[in-house]
Write a protein that binds this ligand. Structure first.
Ligand SMILES: NC(=O)c1ccc[n+]([C@@H]2O[C@H](COP(=O)([O-])OP(=O)(O)OC[C@H]3O[C@@H](n4cnc5c(N)ncnc54)[C@H](O)[C@@H]3O)[C@@H](O)[C@H]2O)c1
Ligand SMILES: [Zn+2]
Ligand SMILES: [Zn+2]
Length: 361
């Protein structure tokens, strides 16, 4: 039977979010209902509220979540009721040309639940990134549930569902940082500081964190940055070159996603090095670079979608490393809040006060 639960809804462009009673249908074929235990507040939720992603209001926000599978629909074999899972927003199809070529992390046809969650009056909700986990329960495609070791703290585990995975994967998967590499990370919010942590995990010898906010630089240092650059009063390219013997870093990760930070990444990188763009630009942004420099500097210019992660491969492995004390996911949980506090958490995020506020249920 369909259930009524509390959820955080963005009703219209730019309006504050509010708690609504939402109806969660029973899972249909290939679907699962998950009792959410924790869900981080990500910039993307705010982008939805501001109408910056689509105009399909009302949105059910929240997408960095962990919880317990409550029920599954017909044909679901990968998870069962009682499983502790992290939700992902790229459930791979197994059928598209990327999947068939053995590169499922690029899947071009990821999917969500077919049925809709609704408001009490029947209005259909658009769940953020196909998840909608600022709610006591949510309906997702079973492929969006990845089973991990239930010993993990839900507030920390859920963060792998979006920003922290994007940053870790930008370093580990897209940038393929290796032992002894030098790495620079521009922008050390939730995503960038996870990239710092990923670079340390991969054995980078030098990790240079760059930000405008001293608090973010301090957090990056505690996560493994060996050097920091205050971007407000330094020439970022010159600073990175100076710290790398005059050459530039092997891998530069742009976790801001603006033309000026991308150019810094491009020139702060050693010859034949790699640039990873993980910050998301807006539609008005364009980039101009001398084509001769693109050729002459060589190397790779890559974009990182969700850290090029494959949830079934990466989530259980990263949770195991967390449980061994080798991956400090707890460091990203700045505060634990209630569903009613999401609007206040957006303000803290905009002021840069937190890496992540996490709703616990
Ligand atoms: N590629 C993906 O799949 C993916 C997934 C999640 C988030 N993202 C994107 O990653 C980006 C970062 O997300 P976040 O949650 O870390 O945001 P955040 O706001 O927490 O962090 C951004 C950081 O960049 C710093 N910054 C801003 N301008 C700067 C500049 N010119 N030079 C240096 N530092 C600067 C800020 O001080 C802040 O610390 C966003 O664009 C977000 O949309 C991408
Ligand atoms: Zn596919
Ligand atoms: Zn997110």
């Amino acid at each position: 039977m369909a259930q009524q639960v509390r959820g955080v809804v963005a009703p219209a462009k730019g309006e504050p979010v509010r708690i609504e009673t939402i109806t969660v249908p029973d899972p249909g074929p290939g679907e699962a209902v998950v009792a959410v235990q924790a869900c981080g507040v990500c910039h993307t939720d705010l982008h939805y509220r501001e109408g910056g992603i689509t105009d399909e209001f009302p949105f059910l926000l929240g997408h960095e979540a962990a919880g317990i599978v409550e029920s599954v629909g017909d044909g679901v074999t990968e998870v069962a009721p009682g499983d502790f899972v992290i939700l992902n927003w790229r459930a791979v199809c197994g059928q598209c040309r990327a999947c068939l070529r053995g590169r499922p992390w690029y899947c071009f046809d990821t999917h969500n639940a077919e049925q809709k969650m609704t408001l009490a009056d029947g209005t259909e909700l658009s769940p953020a990134l196909g998840i909608g986990a600022f709610a006591e329960k949510t309906l997702v495609a079973a492929g969006q549930c990845t089973k991990v070791d239930p010993a993990a703290e839900p507030a920390a585990a859920g963060l792998l569902g979006c920003g922290v995975m994007a940053g870790l994967g930008a370093a580990l998967n897209t940038g393929a940082v290796g032992r002894g590499d030098s790495v620079a990370v521009i922008g050390c919010g939730g995503v960038g500081s996870a990239a710092v942590l990923g670079a340390r995990l991969a054995g980078a010898a030098k990790i240079i964190a760059i930000d405008l906010d001293e608090r973010k630089l301090a957090a990056a240092r505690s996560l493994g940055a060996t050097h920091t650059v205050q971007a407000a009063d330094a020439d970022v390219v010159a600073a990175v070159r100076e710290l790398t013997g005059g050459f530039g870093a092997d891998v530069v990760i742009d976790a801001v996603g603006r033309p000026e930070t991308y150019k810094q990444a491009f020139y702060a990188r050693d010859l034949a090095g790699t640039v990873v763009l993980v910050g998301v630009p807006t539609p008005d942004m364009t980039l101009e670079l001398p084509l001769l420099d693109v050729f002459g500097r060589g190397g790779a210019l890559k974009s990182s979608w969700y850290g090029d992660c494959l949830p079934s491969r990466d989530f259980p492995m990263l949770i195991d490393l967390y449980l061994q004390g080798r991956l400090d996911l707890d460091a990203f949980v700045s505060e634990k809040i209630r569903l009613d506090d999401v609007e206040a958490a957006f303000d803290k995020m905009q002021r840069g006060d937190v890496l992540r506020s996490v709703v616990v249920l």
